[in-house]
Design a protein around this ligand. Structure first.
Ligand code: MG
Length: 316
């Protein structure tokens, strides 16, 4: 792994640790899956594999590699088997994959997946638009998938989307989020990721949601947060969540991708922007910021557009 120490000539934030913050944060890198699935350009398979390898070299240890969704839904990821077998397994590196249904789990296991994620929603409208089922139907569809994956010894992450706002329903009640999260844990999910899919959350809202979630008996040490920077709130939201004890955050190298189903969702939180703030707070991530930014610039060339990450742009 690369070290976090860099030469003094490189721009890096001053380290000023704050009381009440964790010493370490796990970054759950979603660029190869959540990022590339929402990009218009179809990236060649060897470039995707190289992307994952470069992310590992930059110090990321948890990377969601791809999705075993039907290629009819997301043609950008129709090479899931090839990408996963090209990069994994890797010692000490978690390479989870998204699995939408039983057929997807079958394909993921055949490709050697050792960890999966399933994708539910806190709102009816998004479940219907994104997964063509009502919420009950979505959870019923996942139950056998989760149970089979757990029997095979695989950890299962349960994503909950639309936790802060929904383009059709507007405001989302924190207790609705807690209820879906509870059901995912009850069916066997080993961890959760609560997503601000349209990016409307603000720091006070984050604290309210986390309070409700914790009140529903959901441990925050098994709960990650997935912020979008659509309205420029992602890092402020991370900071609020850190003060509440959350230690895992999703982000996308270079800020690539968004959500193909939610019209207003632009911009995953960029991993570089997240690492910059965490580093300034003296919170360990294991990520070499300059190596990561170089990787994002390289990927931006393949995508044919500049990285939307402020840090990637500033370090160039
Ligand atoms: Mg996202």
């Amino acid at each position: 792994m690369t070290s976090e120490t860099t030469s003094s000539t490189e721009a890096l934030p001053r380290v000023a640790p704050q009381q009440g913050m964790p010493e370490q944060v796990r970054i759950y890198e979603v660029g190869p899956r959540d990022g590339l699935q929402a990009e218009a350009v179809r990236v060649p398979t060897p470039v995707k594999a190289e992307f994952v390898r470069r992310l590992v070299e930059a110090g990321l240890t948890t990377i969601e590699v791809t999705s075993f969704v039907s290629p009819r839904w997301i043609p950008q990821l129709d090479d899931a088997h090839e990408v996963l077998t090209a990069v994994g397994p890797l010692d000490g590196i978690r390479l989870p994959v998204l699995v939408p249904n039983d057929r997807g789990l079958e394909r993921a296991l055949a490709a050697g997946a050792r960890e999966i994620a399933v994708f539910a929603s806190a709102t009816e409208s998004f479940a219907e638009s994104n997964l063509a089922r009502d919420m009950k139907g979505v959870l019923a569809m996942f139950e056998p998938v989760v149970s089979r994956a757990r029997s095979a010894g695989l950890p299962v992450r349960g994503y909950v989307s639309m936790c802060f706002g929904d383009p059709w329903e507007g405001d989302v009640e924190p207790r609705e989020v807690a209820s879906v999260a509870r059901r995912l844990l009850d069916m066997g999910c080993t961890s959760l990721s609560l997503g601000d899919t349209i990016g409307t959350g603000t720091p006070g809202h984050v604290l309210e949601l986390l309070d409700t979630v914790r009140g529903a008996g959901i441990p925050l040490d098994r709960t990650a947060l997935h912020f979008h920077d659509t309205y420029g709130q992602a890092l402020a939201n991370v900071h609020a969540a850190l003060t509440a004890g959350v230690t895992e955050f999703d982000s996308s190298a270079g800020g690539i991708g968004g959500c193909p189903y939610a019209r207003s969702a632009t911009g995953n939180l960029a991993t570089e922007d997240l690492v910059w703030m965490l580093r300034g707070l003296g919170i360990h991530t294991g990520v070499d910021l300059n190596a990561l930014a170089a990787t994002s610039r390289w990927m931006a060339q393949h995508l044919g557009r500049p990285s939307p990450s402020r840090v990637v742009t500033a370090l160039a």
